[in-house]
Design a protein around this ligand. Sequence first.
Ligand SMILES: [Ca+2]
Ligand SMILES: [Ca+2]
Ligand SMILES: [Ca+2]
Ligand SMILES: [Ca+2]
Length: 505
Amino acid sequence: MFKTIRKFALCTLCLAAMSFVHAALAATVTVNSSADVSAADGACTLREALQATNTNLAVNGDCAAGQSVPAIDLIAFAIPGSGPHVITPAGYIGSIAESLVIDGMTQPGAVPNTATPDQGGLNGTLAIEISGANCNGCNFPIGFALTSGEAAFRGLAISHFPYPVNLASASPATFRIEGCHIGASIDGLAASGAQNAIAFNSGVWYIGGTTPAKRNLIVAASSVIWSQSAASVTVQGNLIGTTRNGLVPLPLSNDAIHLRLFAGGSAQIGGSDPGARNVIGSASGFGVHLIGYGADGMAFRVENNHIGVGADGVTPMPNLAGGVRWGTNSPVVNGWPIIGNGNLIAWNTGPAVVVAGGSNAVTEVVGNSMHDNGLGIDLNENGRTPNDADDADSGSNLLMNHPEISAYNWSNGQYTVRYRVDTALANAAYPLRVDFYIAAGVDDPEGAQWLGSELIDAGDAQQWREFTVPGPQGFALAATTTDALGRSSEFTGPDRLFTDSFEVP
Ligand SMILES: [Ca+2]
Ligand SMILES: [Ca+2]
Ligand SMILES: [Ca+2]
Ligand SMILES: [Ca+2]
């Protein structure tokens, strides 16, 4: 019998690394007052500093002039006295008109986070808060009017605004949110009144990053990140729906990350870098909800996150509707979305992963660790879908049949599994890949620990076969089928009959 153990390569289809050329920082305009006035009073306020960097003129004799693009101006902070310093504008401060970094970490007393996602929550200290508590009718403190270059918020707590970071206009510019508390208190212990913390309908967005100093804490009442656009979105290293320790839920009433992306849009949530992991929990909707229209399938990735579980990988932080949902009615071109490469998806009330929207909805779901969700993988969003003879049915991921395991045993450190996939050649793209996992439990047939995989070539279609794979003794197994065009099945099982003996059908 032909048999191949195929090593699972983490990050088989990573996005090409993106790189950006940074212009040198140009003029630095230093804010030395937490007041909100614009007057020749010897103090440079944030309102005046924004004017100085936008107009590239000195303001009131108090704030130095910025420089013109392509220079990227810096607004720094040196407010006297002990912090934290709260800037409480009485009205909208203004819009960023050209490239600019507003960096709260420059304020004495601010300490950047040094904890990696593996080490847990955030350990830094912010020193600058922009609060909307006195800003009647303000949706956000500072808008974005730039149409090129980049704008960044760094090391800021933005609180008491309904939409703290908001881009309503069309812009191809780049936007970075790094080391901030968005919609969270400056101490990182409470939500602070945001509806949607970060909302945009265009642009190239980097929310967080793979270095500790870039990790954000982001909470909201509705969705943390919301877009309906052709934006490009990279979300890495953040704590979403939790306090700064990554363990205490701060509930959301909608999806935590809700991205309805049109052709040209992309989403990278997490990534193969260990520093890319997000913690995503506490949503009444899904942890990550991606909806694609005419999407580039290579441009949707959810990898290496904790979804429904805290930063420690243990503490439940469930998303009620489920972990991740991919939905589309439009054909996906150029590859297919991937939900895999080490996500831990646990404790969600609904399924760990939903693929919905008919036969155009294609998503590879491989290499995750799942347990204690309402269901593992749900194709067609209708609960467990049984296999059908020859796999002629259609629907999300073509309702790919899962492997039928007739028997398995364990000896000498490995499992021997007798199984087949009842999928006729005409009804899938061969070769099929079958992935085996330690199941979360005999009654919980979600793949909790990936063991190995093999390919079934066209010549072996629908035949019973044996596969041997190393693994720890005494567990039930789970398995999925994935065809050569990325269409994954639901999980095999549960089957309690053969957990401790090998029986030939
Ligand atoms: Ca002044
Ligand atoms: Ca400028
Ligand atoms: Ca189903
Ligand atoms: Ca089927």
